[in-house]
Design a binder for this molecule. Sequence first.
Ligand code: THU
Length: 161
Amino acid sequence: MKEQKFEFNYKVYDSIEELPEEQQWLLNEAREVTANAYAPYSHFQVGAVARMANGEIITGSNQENASFPVGLCAERVLLASASSVFPRIPVTTMAISYKGEGHLSDHPISPCGICRQSLQEYESRVNQPIQLILGGLTGPVYVIDSAKRLLPLAFTSEELR
Ligand code: THU
């Protein structure tokens, strides 16, 4: 028997002002895009904005449904849109923000488990990492160099070969 360890480094900025200009811009856009969420059930609006490797911008926001499991997270709305509009083009960076009725938006949120699975498969099929910028409307910002860091021991398409 041996024990193995999983760890990763990520950057923590005290506020958006400390980020490089492009990352500031993306996070500000993600904050704006929260307004496009359809979240009448959770009242928790999530916005995601990505820079594609071809320079284009793609956005996503959570889209809920009266049949709750039908709802989609902002991150997967974005990835589906990216893959449909620009097939096979890598997503270079994705910024994610949120705002919620009765919630303070003063710290980063991380993608949910299902979105982590989708993000890692998008990365592996275009063979490029997706840098994540996570932040609320105010407060600290996390920058993670690759979404796959958030899903150790992932189940991948390799297993199905
Ligand atoms: N949600 C996202 O869009 N992204 C996340 O990373 C976490 C959760 C959405 C799903 C649902 O519409 C609402 O936030 C509350 O869970």
